[in-house]
Structure formats: C-alpha cells, structure tokens
Design a protein around this ligand. Structure first.
Ligand code: MLT
Length: 264
C-alpha cells in the first residue's frame, strides 16, 4: 500500500520531470547541489521517502517496492504520469523497483552510486543488527559510521562544512524510519535480470573512490543495460553527486536531453 510523501517541486520546465530519490539515511535535502542547476532545465520533483525527512513514519514493515509505489503516488499528486527517475544508492534500489513495477512511466533512469544485486547473507545480517541498534541507541553511531562511507577521504579532510551538513542530516532522521528502511533494503530482490529489459535512456554514475558501491560493480551492471552511458566521477566517494556536483549535473543534463528527445 502506498503512503503519502512530502515532496517539493522546483522549476517550471514543461518536459518530463526529473524525480530525485535520496539515499540512506538522508532525505531530499541531499539534492540541494542539483536543484538550482537542473531546475533551470526541467521540473524537478524531490520526495522524502516514507520514514525520512518530512514524510510520515511507516505504519509497519514495508518493502523497497512500497517505496516505489509511494514515489508513483507522489508523481500522481504532482501531475507527473512519467518521469526521469534519478536515484542515489538506496534511491537507486527504489528507482529500479519503480522500473520493474511501472516501466511505462519511466522516461529515463539515472542510477547514481547504487547496485542492482541483492544483499549477501552477511550484509543481510549486518542490516538486521544495525536496525536493532538504531532502535535501541538512535542515530549518532550510525551517522558517525556512515559519514566515512559516504564521503571520500579528501572531502572529509578538506570540506568540513559539507561533512558537518551531511552528518547533521543523518542525525536528523527518525530511528523508526531508518530501521524500517534497513529491513526493506535487506529484503530487496536482485534486479540483475531487469537490467537487460531496460529500454529508456539510462546513465550509471559512480564516484571513483566509492567504497560502498565501487566503480567495478557499477561498470559491471551498466554493461548489462542496453545503450546505458557510464560516468566515473573522479576523486568523489559514494556521495559523488554532492561532492562533485558539476560533473554529476552535466551528465544528468545530457541524459535529460536524450530522454526528452525520445519522448513519444
Ligand atoms: C545509501 O547510501 O543509500 C546506502 O549506503 C545504501 C545501502 O546501504 O545499501
């Protein structure tokens, strides 16, 4: 069952809108370095997934497909039958689930620092243990741990303000929403079979220093998507779209132009 999401729109472009789906454990504010540039070209819709940011907490356990259904309902509420879906990491899992459920609604895909494979058995155990710990202790330990995974060493060393903002956004999230999302990610299926069926313009982007979803893995699954472009963002970590927005935004603008050209 879909849940209502808080979502904001930016820009007044008339083409297919761009839907920016945040990663874990963040919210729509992570896309701030994208919105100014991309909203000059396209209408940009930025939801907070259930349990994150300003969206309501989940009413019970849910799946990544439920997140995708929420995004579809949010697009409906904003008058967007189709969209170019851009998902970062967990947002990429949601974008792929959306493409599996509603392929006719996807005009283009941006898969940013994400993966198509399911979790390994040991990753699933870590998700369960982390969900229990978040519920017991709150967000601080997770934000401390995730910051080193999200940002490259160079960003952590040289951009203290940015590191603080990302950390504060994580600490801001509610433990119930974060724990439920961990279990949804744990149980998500592999999308490797879906990749070969994707027919819309697709971009796979990854930071060259991404240790969470490394370039080797991203390049590998990009090769399974017919006609996909692949961009490695030099010097950036997992959160490449925030660390190196100029390169990331340029690649998304190219993809948007392709998606608008191919509009039926
Ligand atoms: C994210 O950045 O959204 C997470 O690292 C995804 C994950 O934990 O698999």
């Amino acid at each position: 069952m879909g849940q209502g999401l808080a979502g904001a729109t930016f820009g007044d472009g008339t083409g297919v809108p761009l839907v920016l789906i945040h990663g874990f454990p963040l919210d729509g504010r992570m896309w701030e370095p994208q919105i100014g540039t991309l909203a000059a070209t396209a209408r940009v819709l930025v939801p907070d997934l259930r349990g994150f940011g300003r969206s309501p907490l989940p009413r019970g356990p849910h799946s990544i497909e439920d997140h995708a259904r929420d995004v579809a309902a949010c697009m409906d509420a904003h008058g967007a039958p189709k969209g170019v879906l851009c998902g970062f990491s967990m947002g990429g899992y949601v974008a792929l689930a959306f493409a599996a459920l509603f392929p006719w609604r996807v005009a283009g895909l941006v898969l940013a620092d994400t993966r198509a494979a399911a979790d390994s058995a040991s990753a699933k155990e870590t998700r369960s243990a982390t969900a229990r710990r978040v519920l017991a202790e709150g967000m601080t330990f997770l934000a401390d741990d995730m910051l080193f995974k999200l940002l490259s060493e160079k960003t952590l060393r040289e951009r203290v303000d940015l590191s603080r903002r990302v950390w504060a956004m994580m600490v801001d999230q509610r433990r119930e929403g974060v724990a439920a999302a961990l279990l949804a990610m744990r149980d998500r299926p592999s999308r490797l079979d879906l990749l070969r069926t994707i027919t819309c313009p697709t971009l796979v982007a990854v930071g060259s220093q991404d240790a969470v979803t490394p370039p080797m893995e991203a390049g590998g699954f990009a090769g399974l998507i017919p006609g996909a472009s692949y961009v490695e963002i030099s010097g950036a970590g997992h959160l490449a779209c925030v660390e190196e927005p100029e390169t990331f935004n340029g690649a998304v603008l190219d993809l948007l132009a392709r998606a608008q050209e191919e509009r039926p």
